[in-house]
Ligand binder design. Structure first.
Ligand SMILES: NC(=O)c1ccc[n+]([C@@H]2O[C@H](COP(=O)([O-])OP(=O)(O)OC[C@H]3O[C@@H](n4cnc5c(N)ncnc54)[C@H](O)[C@@H]3O)[C@@H](O)[C@H]2O)c1
Ligand SMILES: [Zn+2]
Ligand SMILES: [Zn+2]
Length: 403
């Protein structure tokens, strides 16, 4: 093997596919120097990508809304076939097709021991938690590529039990690396259970996955809010009620029209800091969704916040927003005794069970989120269409392995 091709951030609004070195069983320089650990990674595996998805989290970087440098490699939603393992890898082997949680975790630290793999302490010198191909996340090379290195492979990889079955259901299984567990986490941590009424803000892939998961958890009514008509239609296609936030009507009123009361049992923010305000053509108002979910959730509710909030945003609407300080009306949530779950979804907490739901034909997540396959060379176009709000989840197929 000589080379590898990977999607790279080239500046606001631009990505390209570039050639880089074939991956080695070695940790990134930042991790080695910052944490003082060995460079050699005999615990790692090299994967040939089967599928790798474009995510709304990538878009924050590509829109120039993070401190990602030009040249940042992209891709954290990885499903692949093992082509090489280090000598300390014991339980997964060449030929296995595996889902890779987007969180990189050592499997050995206090947080990993507690199952909190989104805030592993040994994979990123800058803060707790790491991911492939992401700014401030440890310098791990991205997986929108032909090949990628996965450290601590026995811990991180979820092996699919049967190769042919995996390839047959690959468009569903590819969602296990991030959005299916993330959406599930968003509504699970919001306490959704049999009969719950639920509001999900955002009908992008994460919001759709959250709404789909709320149905799996037995919700009675799932209401999805967005201002993108195509994405709302996608939510309606699997039984959700929808509210159009560009209409100018008040959100509690629209919820009351559906439920007979203006509040829900549980709510989920699947939008994050690039939220727009309500009403036709409204501009960005980053605290909108956090304030919405506090407004429309009953007293005592739990709120799931997978939507991403940053500590630095060069494109923020004002000086406060540029450091991630936004106008959240916390008193509202405090008065209702709300609790919040934020942060990276700890994918490993959910991916095995959600895989089983896919394999037993109980979950059809690819259809719910509009999975659409493209080649690696089509990635720049996929990024553009996704940025324009296509009701699709783009799945890159670098080796033509998706039937
Ligand atoms: N916590 C995690 O582990 C995790 C994992 C994956 C993604 N994310 C984050 O989840 C968020 C959603 O991801 P995505 O891929 O679906 O992104 P996306 O950008 O495709 O979707 C966001 C949607 O929100 C809508 N929106 C904007 N303002 C709104 C408002 N006020 N109310 C309702 N909807 C509004 C947009 O029209 C868009 O359809 C992003 O912030 C992403 O970074 C977090
Ligand atoms: Zn993602
Ligand atoms: Zn760890």
């Amino acid at each position: 093997m000589t080379g590898n091709r990977v999607v790279v951030y080239k500046g606001p609004g631009e990505v390209a596919v570039e050639s880089i070195d074939y991956p080695k069983l070695e940790l990134p320089a930042d991790v080695v120097s910052g944490l003082g650990i060995k460079k050699k990674a005999p615990h790692a595996a090299i994967l040939k990508l089967v599928t790798t998805n474009i995510c709304g989290s990538d878009q924050h970087m590509v829109r120039g809304r993070t401190t990602a440098p030009v040249g940042q490699s992209l891709g954290h939603e990885i499903t692949g076939e093992i082509v090489e393992v280090g000598e300390d890898v014991l339980f997964v082997k060449e030929g296995d097709i595996c889902s890779v949680p987007f969180n990189i975790a050592c499997g050995r630290c206090r947080m990993c021991n507690e199952g909190k793999t989104g805030i592993c302490l040994n994979v990123n010198p800058a803060r707790a938690g790491a991911a492939y191909g992401y700014v401030d996340m440890g310098g791990w090379v991205g997986g929108q590529a032909e090949y990628v290195m996965v450290p601590y492979a026995d811990f991180n990889l979820l092996k699919f039990p049967d190769r042919d079955q995996a390839l047959a259901k690959i468009l569903d299984l590819t969602m296990l690396s991030d959005i299916f567990p993330t959406g599930y986490h968003g509504v699970f941590t919001a306490g959704v259970t049999s009969g719950s009424t639920v509001y999900v803000a955002g009908a992008g892939p994460v919001g759709l996955a959250a709404a789909y998961s709320a149905h799996l958890l037995g919700a009675s009514t799932v209401i999805v809010g967005d201002m993108n008509a195509d994405r709302l239609a996608q939510a309606a296609s699997f039984g959700c009620e929808t509210v159009d936030l560009s209409s100018g009507a008040s959100l509690p009123d629209m919820i009351e029209q559906i439920l007979g009361e203006p509040e829900v049992d549980a709510a989920c923010d699947a939008v994050g800091f690039e939220a727009r305000g309500h009403g036709h053509g409204a501009g960005e108002a980053p605290a909108t969704v956090l304030n919405d979910i506090m407004t429309v959730s009953r007293a005592g509710a739990a709120l799931g916040v997978p939507g991403l909030y940053v500590t630095g945003d060069p494109g923020g609407i004002d000086e406060n927003a540029k450091i991630g300080q936004i106008g959240v009306r916390l008193g509202l949530g405090w008065a209702k005794s709300h609790s919040f779950t934020t942060g990276q979804c700890p994918v490993k907490k959910y991916n095995r069970q959600l895989m089983n739901m896919i394999l037993s034909d109980k979950a059809h997540i690819a259809k719910a989120v509009g999975a659409t396959t493209i080649s690696l060379d089509e990635a720049p176009q996929g990024y553009q269409e996704f940025d324009q709000g296509a009701a699709k989840k783009y799945v890159i197929d670098p080796h033509g392995m998706v039937a």
